[in-house]
Design a protein around this ligand. Structure first.
Ligand code: F6R
Length: 615
């Protein structure tokens, strides 16, 4: 959700903070703000809406900032209090000397607020964050030490926080603290950074220290000190970030989403690299630390995830059951948390998350761990909180995904599930080795097939133009491509705001068919040679009989289809079992071009944020 960046050093503070916030803008974009230490003063700038407004505001006040030495910045995705200027961060104590930016949610803020009001604190906003500012200022008035004041205050906070604090009377120091929200420090020469995520600092340094829950960092330009909640020094490991700054550039594409869609062939190669050497060799998943005998006798797998990752999980369930016969459940993390689950020490629980920071999935994983399940995390962020909870980890290796709508991380998650399912099949001896060899061979060919789709998108653009004025869509499929239908519909609704729903094709006649008429396009996923082809075709005919406009996503070149469908999106021939990897690409592009034609903000759709760190 929100993004935080802090800087102290020799560079132009405003530029460093703006750059950091730009690279975090995918985390939230309701409002933005910055506090700059300028000589003796702390100057605060806040604007509503996207970061460009803060940039313009700072530009017009540039001449008033004479000697900036450090600062903290924030980009907000509103949770407590509407997106308004008064609720935008940074927040200050009553006298304005102590300044705070915060990511997370303070659950007991109302009680704390009442206590502080009784002590005379003047509140201006509806945010939980302002409570933190008053609380630390109150502690500071007693101990006169900013680090101690932060430590004493965070002990009183319940909930999740990553906070950065500066004080007018404590020059050159930024104090950071975290619990259940990510925070890291970037180490430089004569400069240091603090941020909620790596993109904020990657342009300046790759040396990073990750704070753990309940740790407090005191950051000056020449030093970083980390202590635990009791004030004991913690020796931290400096890690080197695996990302390149180029990952944060659009490299000539109009949007990050388009760039990331085009990166998918290489992403697949990356995921396969080091895990699938040769079709005659077994798949190697070194990071899966489960005893082979335990894996062999496993009788239940539960996969938990949210959003797009949940759709990858649905395809994963299909693959695992097909290749290993192990009964597999899939559940939205937010549902898993609030029911009596049958998870126990003989269950393998798989958490899937691009960001590794999704609050619902983290909570669900913690619950699974409490029940002694082995937890395998499939994530794009091996540096995330979720990865730190993992007993086994599969790094999907998609590179930084900036567009809020997930694309390449979905493909990478799918490929990871193919590898995991083949690995289970090989351990259990569940599938014929000739079949698995053929599958591996086709898996290796997938990037070339996707390159074929990406080399000519004119058909997809034509389809997008033809259908961009429709207000509702239905996507239908059966079997493993049900995940594709759900994901294709999600992509369309999140970036174009068109109402799109995925249904199992067989369910159409059990209700949704009532909605069909000439205003409702139905997109059918038809994989020739597959076990679902004929049935999806007859479900499409049922839709045609109700005057729905029909779009087919298929590889078949058949005159009969041309008379049934109003538009055909072509994909290269592919086996049904592997088709989700191919079929998702034109659907991502269809959503992209429809949103583009409608003039929507493709990379930062309204109301969304890239990593959802609140439940
Ligand atoms: C959709 C999208 C979201 C995320 C969901 C889970 O394009 O990006 O639906 O998939 O918020 O996020 P992660 O995978 O980071 O746990």
């Amino acid at each position: 959700m929100c993004g935080i960046v802090g800087y102290t050093g020799y560079r132009d503070v405003v530029s460093v903070l703006l750059k950091g916030l730009t690279n975090l803008e995918y985390r939230g974009y309701d409002s933005a703000g910055m506090a700059i230490r300028d000589g003796e003063d702390i100057k605060i700038f806040k604007t509503l809406g996207k970061l460009i407004n803060l940039k313009n505001e700072l530009e017009s006040h540039r001449s008033e900032i004479n000697n900036p030495v450090m600062g903290i910045g924030h980009i907000r995705w509103a949770t407590h209090g509407s997106p308004s200027l008064v609720n935008a961060h940074p927040h200050t104590c009553s006298c304005g000397k102590l300044v705070v930016v915060h990511n997370g949610i303070i659950e007991n803020y109302k009680e704390l607020r009442e206590q502080l009001i009784k002590k005379g604190c003047k509140f201006r906003s509806q945010t939980d964050t302002e409570t933190i500012a008053h609380l630390i200022a109150d502690e500071y008035s007693l101990c006169k030490n900013l680090e101690t004041a932060v430590r004493n205050s965070v002990k009183k906070l319940q909930g999740a926080y990553a906070v950065c604090v500066i004080h007018k009377d404590v020059p050159d120091v930024i104090v950071g603290a975290r619990k259940h929200a990510p925070m890291l420090i970037g180490i430089g020469e004569g400069e240091n950074f603090i941020a909620s995520d790596t993109p904020a600092i990657i342009e300046y340094t790759k040396k990073t220290v990750y704070l753990e829950d309940n740790e407090i960092a005191v950051v000056t330009k020449d030093n970083v000190k980390v202590t635990d909640i009791n004030g004991n020094i913690v020796k931290k490991k400096v890690e080197i970030l695996p990302w390149e700054p180029a990952a944060l550039s659009k490299l000539g594409y109009k949007h990050f989403m388009l760039k990331e869609i085009h990166e998918q062939p290489d992403v697949i190669r990356n995921v396969l690299n080091g895990k699938l050497y040769d079709i005659d060799e077994p798949v190697e998943l070194k990071e899966v630390n489960i005893d082979k005998n335990i894996l062999k006798n496993l009788n239940k797998i539960q996969i938990i995830a949210c959003g797009t990752s949940l759709h990858a999980a649905l395809a994963g369930k299909y693959l695992i059951e097909e290749f290993s016969g192990i009964s597999t459940e899939v559940e939205a993390s937010s549902e898993y948390i609030y029911r009596r689950t049958t998870t126990d020490s003989s269950t393998l629980v798989i958490g899937v998350s691009q960001s590794g920071e999704t609050a619902d999935t983290i909570t669900a994983i913690k619950q699974a761990k409490e029940k002694n399940a082995h937890v395998l995390i499939i994530t794009n962020r091996p540096d995330s909180n979720m990865a730190r909870l993992a007993d086994s980890l599969i790094h999907v290796n998609a590179g930084i995904e900036v567009s809020v709508a997930a694309t390449k991380s979905y493909t990478a998650q799918l490929i990871s599930f193919y590898l995991l399912a083949i690995h289970l099949a090989e351990i259990k001896g569940f599938k014929d080795s000739k079949y698995l060899k053929g599958l591996k061979h086709e898996l290796i060919q997938l990037p070339i097939k996707i390159e074929g789709i990406l080399s000519d998108t004119s058909g997809i653009q034509k389809c997008a133009r033809k259908f961009s004025s429709y207000k509702n869509f239905i996507y239908i499929a059966r079997g493993i491509n049900l995940a594709t239908a759900y994901e294709g519909a999600l992509k369309l609704k999140e970036i174009s705001y068109i109402n799109a729903t995925g249904y199992p094709a067989g369910e159409l006649k059990h209700g949704p068919i009532a909605m069909l008429d000439e205003t409702m396009p139905v997109l059918s996923i038809l994989i020739p040679g597959g076990i679902t082809y004929e049935k999806v075709l007859s479900n499409s005919e049922e839709a045609k009989a109700r005057n729905a406009k029909l779009i087919a996503l298929t590889s078949i070149d058949d005159k009969n289809l041309e008379s049934l469908f109003d538009f055909i999106l072509r994909i290269p021939p592919v086996s049904e079992i592997l088709s989700p990897v191919i079929a998702c690409v034109p659907l991502q592009l269809l959503a992209y071009y429809i949103a583009e034609f409608l003039g929507k903000d493709v990379d930062q759709p309204r109301n969304l944020a890239k990593s959802v760190t609140v439940e």
